[in-house]
Design a protein around this ligand. Structure first.
Ligand code: SF4
Length: 785
């Protein structure tokens, strides 16, 4: 045996000895176990070759092991080099997959090139709870589910029907594997980093690349190392690690970076706890987050019937952690023993306040000391551990005759979790205090909440254990203050109904009039008797390989699904006479650009969903949301109305934006819609990574002010032309010529400003062809795929 194999074997024996062994049946893991031998070989080519044997972080190892051709790369410069990668898997949810599938159909492929799954979770509205809401969704979104199911059958995609669970929980339970690379059309795809997967949220067009079997590109990220030491104390949970970190890094702090956790504290965390931490890494803009392989991952894999994956990962454990002396671009240390619970919000996930200071924070802002609803679960915090700890608190309260003072909702992440909670009596306990168990679906986390307890626009506060809290996110009401906290803190606080209640220090009055203080929560990491499988009817049907005759179901009269027309290719000249449709002031997330909630039902119909384009954007010229001047008519109108008017009159337009334009989600509609309505260029102070790529994929050119202050020079009526789009090259600036009407006269002044861009050679080809998909289809036709 070679020295390196002997070393790996001895590693295997030593490493495995430290794991708690759970013996359960295993399922067929052949399609979900990474090809570790090949990955290690690929990594070795790059590491020993162009990197000269330098020690690497775990994230770097996994990425370089997934290079499309490790022999073709001749240099890697972080934040510059585009890595051409080969993902192991693609996962999509029902809202984003519609457009991804419609685009994949244009590529003309017989089946997907990598294992792919679709999860029906976003289109289920929370109202009466559980199965009733699933049944309603099956009727109201029947055509969407039929479309996705038929397309899944045709292209060999695993189809998880409504009610089976939320994408990230299902992926964690079934597909994530240490050292694998996965992409998903949802920004919280990084959840799987809790199981050692590099899992990255992308737009549908990126998913189409992987599904079409062509390299998927990622600009080499920098790596933030988060060193965890100590151990979480009684009231603190993994959620608090990320709530705290979000406060430190802010919503932009992770942009262009992968967050990699290391340190002695890592071994103290449960696998699902690590998933929670990785899930919410999306909130700081990180490309993804990842943990090294730990004993809790081994236990979780075994408990979820993937013992062979656990064994293989153990064998290759030296691949699944950072090398000694690996270099991180930035290191943040968190002593978990010192960490206290945090509450983040409202309206932004990086406004982080320690629980002990939260009452002062509320008083200082003059907010009403009242909670209207507490919501726990979702893809972020619905693990067995979360639910057992929550149940321990509810049991204490029940014993003292206490009930929540406000509505209390529970969202299980999957039917496996729901069934396990039911078997263990947790659901019964939660229902005894009036908790309403919602469907295994996104519901109020994505605005799918038929809320009846408040008036329209009523100011109120809710507490959730979800991950995202931009304005209007949960109920469509921009006056709902949405705070994020651990499920334990949310639950305890619902029993007081007050925002200023601190369950660690404050008391409630029990049924006998005596003071009652919660003891700290407790619960098992994994169920002693294993997970229930959940209802068989939710199991995805076996993936078939020959479905050439399967028809994809789309009604020509549908208002929710519409076949796509390819975007026109670039005309080959500079742009002239572009109008600034809007100069946006402040935050402009993908929720502002393409709102969710009721609009989710039009995700598969580009024409109809475009009626929500930028309706949340604040116009810097008039300080109004969704109101711009139509320069052709002189009248004010909504943004989609004016954009459509310009399109009908063959006037192309641009958007001028502030920092981090497109932050938030992987929602590619935010890029598709502006392109569809006639926008070839967006100029911003900076872009959020996923959205910037989404724009490029759709043939929109994202330009960045070279001098940020030039933002102040532009306004809504300006006429724009370009110098430098012809002959566009990586790293070469583009000049923007601005023609401005002088106040009150017919004269114009004209001046130039400089912009830069991040387009690679390949991305410039997308722009030239009109979209990335046009390029794929053209290559497919010419047999280049
Ligand atoms: Fe669904 Fe919310 Fe999770 Fe997104 S973050 S997948 S909307 S539960």
């Amino acid at each position: 045996l070679s020295q390196s194999i002997k070393h790996t074997l001895s590693n295997h024996r030593n490493f495995r000895r430290s794991f708690a062994t759970i013996t359960t049946e295993s399922k067929d893991c052949s399609k979900i176990t990474p090809n570790y031998a090949k990955l290690v070989e690929n990594l070795s080519i790059v590491q020993k070759g162009i990197l000269g044997g330098q020690p690497l972080t775990l994230a770097e190892k996994i990425l370089y092991a997934h290079l499309w051709n490790p022999k073709e790369i001749d240099n890697i410069v972080k934040s510059e080099t585009y890595l051409r990668l080969k993902p192991d898997r693609v996962a999509m949810q029902d809202a984003s997959s519609q457009m991804a599938i419609l685009q994949f159909m244009l590529a003309g492929m017989p089946s997907t090139a990598v294992p792919t799954s679709i999860h029906c979770d976003h289109l289920i509205e929370a109202y009466e709870g559980g199965d009733k809401d699933v049944k309603t969704a099956e009727m109201t979104s029947k055509e969407i589910f039929d479309f996705l199911e038929s397309a899944s059958k045709k292209y060999g995609i695993e189809f998880w029907k409504p009610g089976s669970g939320i994408i990230h929980q299902i992926v964690l339970e079934n597909f994530a594997a240490p050292g694998a690379l996965m992409i998903g059309t949802d920004s919280h795809t990084p959840n799987s980093g809790g199981l050692g997967t590099i899992a990255i949220g992308v737009g549908g067009a990126d998913a189409v690349d992987a599904m079409a079997g062509i390299p998927w590109e990622l600009k080499t990220p920098k790596i933030i190392g988060v060193k965890l030491t100590g151990k979480l104390n009684e009231w603190t949970s993994p959620k608090d690690v990320i709530l705290y970190l979000a406060g430190k890094l802010t919503v932009q702090g992770g942009t262009g970076h992968i967050i990699e956790y290391f340190g002695t504290g890592v071994e103290t965390l449960s696998c699902t706890g690590m998933a929670t931490i990785c899930n919410m890494g999306a909130e700081v803009g990180a490309t993804t987050s990842v943990f090294p392989f730990t004993s809790s991952m081994y236990s979780y894999l075994s408990a979820t019937r993937r013992h062979p994956v656990a064994e293989q990962a153990t064998f290759y454990s030296s691949y699944l952690k950072a090398d000694a002396n690996a270099h991180y671009d930035n290191i943040i240390e968190i002593d978990m023993s010192e960490l206290e619970p945090h509450i983040n919000g409202p309206f932004t996930p990086d406004l982080s306040t320690p629980l002990s200071k939260f009452a002062d924070f509320i008083a200082k802002n003059g907010w009403k000391d009242e909670i209207k609803a507490g919501l726990i679960g979702s893809c972020t915090n619905s693990s067995y551990q979360d639910m057992s700890r929550v149940t321990s608190l509810v049991t204490q309260a029940l014993d003292k005759g206490l009930q929540p003072k406000v509505d209390f909702y529970i969202t299980p992440g999957s039917d496996q979790i729901r069934a396990t909670m039911e078997r263990e009596g947790q659901i019964e306990i939660l229902q005894k205090v009036g908790g309403r168990v919602l469907a295994n679906a996104c519901g109020p986390c994505i605005g799918q909440w038929k809320r009846t307890d408040i008036q329209k626009d009523e100011e109120n506060a809710i507490l959730t254990s979800y991950n995202r809290n931009f304005r209007s996110r949960n109920d469509g009401n921009s006056s709902t203050m949405n705070f994020l906290a651990s499920p334990e803190v949310v639950t305890a606080m619902t029993f007081s109904g007050k925002l200023t209640f601190n369950p660690i220090t404050d008391s409630l009055i029990d049924k006998d009039g005596k003071p009652f203080k919660f003891s700290s929560p407790s619960g098992d990491e994994l169920p002693k008797y294993g997970f229930e499988k959940g209802r068989e009817s939710y199991n995805p049907p076996p993936v078939s390989t020959d479905n050439t005759s399967t028809q994809i179901i789309i009604s020509p009269n549908s208002t929710r699904l519409q076949l796509l027309e390819p975007f026109p290719i670039w005309h080959g000249s500079e742009f002239h006479q572009l109008r600034v449709l809007i100069k946006i002031k402040g935050k402009c997330t993908t929720d502002h650009i393409s709102a969710a909630g009721p609009w989710l039902k039009f995700k598969g119909h580009l024409e109809n969903i475009s009626n929500n384009t930028l309706i949340g954007a604040l116009n810097a010229d008039n300080e109004k949301v969704n109101l711009v001047k139509n320069v052709l008519t002189g009248e004010d109108g909504t943004i989609p109305e004016v954009a459509r008017y310009y399109k009908e009159n063959n006037v192309q337009w641009i958007v001028v934006a502030d920092h981090n334009y497109g932050e938030g989600s992987a929602r590619e509609h935010a890029a598709l819609q502006v392109r569809y309505l006639g926008c070839p260029i967006i100029i911003a102070k900076s872009f959020a990574r996923i959205h910037e790529t989404n724009l490029k994929k759709q043939g929109v050119l994202p330009l960045i002010f070279k001098n940020e202050d030039d933002y102040n020079l532009l306004s809504g009526n300006d006429i724009i032309s370009t110098i430098g789009v012809v002959g566009l090259e990586p790293g070469k600036d583009v000049t923007i010529r601005i023609r401005k009407e002088k106040n009150g006269s017919k004269d114009f002044e004209e001046f130039d400003i400089l912009t830069k861009h991040t387009m690679s050679e390949n991305q410039i080809e997308w722009f030239i062809m009109g979209s990335a998909l046009n390029l794929i289809a053209s290559n497919q036709k010419s047999g280049n795929i």
